[in-house]
Design a protein around this ligand. Structure first.
Ligand SMILES: [Zn+2]
Length: 142
């Protein structure tokens, strides 16, 4: 990523944060103005058991949404071994883009390693000293 792109991304992120804060402040201000008018009307118009059941339903719905959000956003647990990411099922993943890779071999250009098609690169399976490690040995040690 070039310097210009980084600056642009940073400005966009800051603008989004600023907008979110502004909207939150406006919402809180609106709530403080509206609630004294609306709350007595709700209190006289609705029975307490109905309000309580609405509150409990809202709470249950929020808990369900939080759990769903957590499940959707759960990131796979990667372990870095010999320069390659491994998932919990011992499948290799690209150390750059983290997608699954399986093409281990001795390539004419780039040498031995895993080939990642989107990155167009070969990632060697080597220990810290630069010695080639066989995939079976790496999987065994996971
Ligand atoms: Zn990749």
């Amino acid at each position: 990523m070039s310097f210009g792109e980084k600056v642009k991304e940073s400005i966009v992120t800051r603008a989004a944060e600023g907008l979110a804060v502004s909207i939150t402040v406006i919402l809180i201000w609106a709530m403080t103005k509206i609630s004294p008018i609306v709350l007595p009307a709700i209190e006289s118009g609705l029975s307490k058991p109905l309000l309580l059941s609405l509150l409990l339903a809202s709470l249950a719905l929020n808990i369900v949404l939080v759990v769903l959000f957590w499940i959707i956003n759960k990131k796979p647990d990667f372990k870095l071994k010999y320069g390659i990411y491994w998932d919990s099922n011992k499948n290799p993943h690209c150390p750059n883009c983290k997608i699954p890779i399986a093409g281990y071999g001795n390539y004419e250009i780039g040498g031995k390693g895993y080939y990642c098609k989107p990155c167009k690169k070969i990632f060697p399976l080597q220990d810290a000293a630069g010695n080639d490690i066989e995939p079976s040995k790496a999987v065994e040690e996971l």
